[in-house]
Design a protein around this ligand. Structure first.
Ligand code: SAH
Ligand code: SF4
Ligand code: F3S
Length: 459
């Protein structure tokens, strides 16, 4: 150990996470790495010796939020000279020079594949130097690290099954921030699921940027889902996100057959016209996408669907925008994540196309997309009134301690009277009211997946 250097064990750390679920899952890995070194986690940034911000680059406003937060943390440095601030995640590579040299905001920069190096980098900054590791890897999956989940609800967990993305959609920065696609070994995923089951978790969402291209030796994503569902029949499984280009039929049949594979699929469309899909480098046509949706609905009764949509991508005409709206009407998604296009450096669109849809047009189109979707959701949720669902209780509702809140198998939030129910229970409910975002329900009884679905089969 060098002069002036304090033992890393005596240090406290605080992690703040932005971006997608994969980033949240990564923060749990970083948590495990630092705890293993004996460091002490704190839940208030003001109390930390080391603040780590796990960042997102997906859109301009995601980055702006992080920049603002880093400026606040610079303020903390005035009070605490020995404070170390680190940037993790997707912003790391792109702005490493800027962050360190110009802004003087940050001491450590670590890319998504270099988290094992964080303890060493922390020791390096002790010398007063800046520490950077943004190397991307072809192999790193953190398979041997058991994530430590400190912020979740203790009922539902995310498990990364792969990293990176090779798809190169023309608008998207992820392949540049997270590198090449690689899959985590099947056994390590199943072991983690077993541990979660032992700890009392009831729901697992398997995560990757393109889960249906999961491949470990001869094991496909369908094999993985099948094996996962057998680990614990009372644990529910979801996944995010599959790509419409190669969605396996086999998986649809598995979802239809197995009570613990949820009847919910997030299937990003991005746009509704062939011309736009082509510019976006999404390798499917509108018709192919709609045929896939028809097949999904045909095989899985009561299926709930969600999607991602981008408004105002390069060159988008009014006609193309109308086609996105009409696609959304045709599918009738239960939920949609809708964004205005935000140009990202290094992407194909940045190099090849012009970001030429004026800001106010993007905004107007996005608000048309959102308001149409809200009315579809409102109607679809209203159709639920009188229907029964099994809800996995996640905790008390945000509005009232006397109400419990959870999700249906179809991923809709349902709220009902607390009664004797507890977090982690499966409760059969009947829907009594609905808004575009929430179902209000009357609880019938505590149940189990096995009991509920065998009763349905017998009926
Ligand atoms: N891998 C996932 C998507 C991850 S990013 C998938 O393909 O399904 C989540 C969503 O952000 C994308 O589906 C897209 O709708 C949106 N997005 C990505 N890049 C964007 C950009 N430059 N501007 C606006 N939205 C973007
Ligand atoms: Fe981005 Fe496309 Fe990969 Fe999704 S599939 S992360 S949108 S490049
Ligand atoms: Fe953002 Fe990186 Fe996820 S850019 S959306 S945190 S993969």
């Amino acid at each position: 150990m060098k002069k002036n250097q304090t033992d890393i064990k005596t240090k406290s750390f605080y992690i703040e996470t932005y971006g997608c679920q994969m980033n949240f899952a990564d923060s749990e890995i970083v948590n495990a790495i630092l705890l293993e070194k004996g460091m002490n986690p704190v839940s208030d940034a003001k109390l930390a010796d080391i603040i780590l911000v796990n960042t997102c680059s997906i859109r301009e406003n995601a980055e702006t939020k992080v920049w603002n937060r880093l400026k606040e943390f610079r303020g903390f440095k005035a009070q605490n000279k020995s404070l170390t601030v680190g940037v993790l995640g997707c912003m790391a590579e792109r702005i490493k020079d800027q962050i360190i040299e110009e802004e003087q905001l940050v001491d450590i920069v670590v890319g998504p594949d270099a988290y094992r190096d964080i303890p060493r980098l922390i020791e390096e900054v002790e010398d007063g130097r800046k520490a950077v590791n943004v190397l991307l890897s072809l192999e790193e999956t953190y398979a041997d690290i058991a994530p430590i989940r400190t912020t979740g609800n203790g009922v539902s967990a995310f498990v990364s099954i792969m990293r990176g993305c090779d798809n190169m959609c023309s608008f998207c920065v992820v392949p540049f921030t997270r590198g090449r696609e690689r899959s985590r070994p099947l056994e390590s995923i199943l072991n983690e699921i077993q541990q979660l089951s032992d700890q009392g978790y009831k729901e697992v969402t398997l995560l990757g940027q393109n889960v249906n291209s999961y491949k470990d030796r001869s094991y496909s994503f369908s094999t993985l889902m099948d094996k996962a569902s057998l680990v614990d029949p009372e644990m529910r499984f979801r996944f995010s996100s599959p790509h419409p280009k190669d969605f396996p039929d086999e998986l649809l049949h598995l979802i239809a057959e197995k009570p613990n594979l949820c009847n919910y699929i997030h299937i990003p469309a991005q746009a509704g016209s062939d011309s736009m899909l082509e510019r976006m480098r999404r390798p499917y046509t509108r018709d192919q996408y709609l045929q896939l949706i028809e097949k999904m609905k045909g095989i899985i009764p009561g299926l709930s669907l969600s999607t991602d949509i981008i408004a105002g991508f390069c060159g988008e005409t009014e006609e193309e925008h109308q086609q996105t709206l009409s696609l959304m009407r045709e599918v009738e998604y239960d939920l949609a994540y809708m964004f205005a296009y935000s140009e990202r450096e290094r992407t194909l669109a940045y190099r090849k196309f012009e970001d030429d849809v004026p800001e106010e047009v993007k905004k107007r189109r996005l608000s048309e997309i959102i308001s149409q979707q809200m009315s579809i959701q409102h109607r679809r949720n209203h159709d639920e009134i009188g229907q029964r669902h099994v809800v996995l209780v996640e905790g008390t509702s945000k509005r009232s301690e006397q109400q419990m809140s959870g999700r249906t198998d179809t991923n809709k939030i349902a709220v009902f009277d607390r009664k004797e129910f507890e977090k982690g229970d499966y409760v059969e409910v009947e829907i009594t009211e609905a808004t575009s975002a929430t179902l209000i329900a009357k609880p019938i009884a505590r149940t189990s997946l096995g009991a509920y679905y065998s009763a349905i089969l017998e009926a």
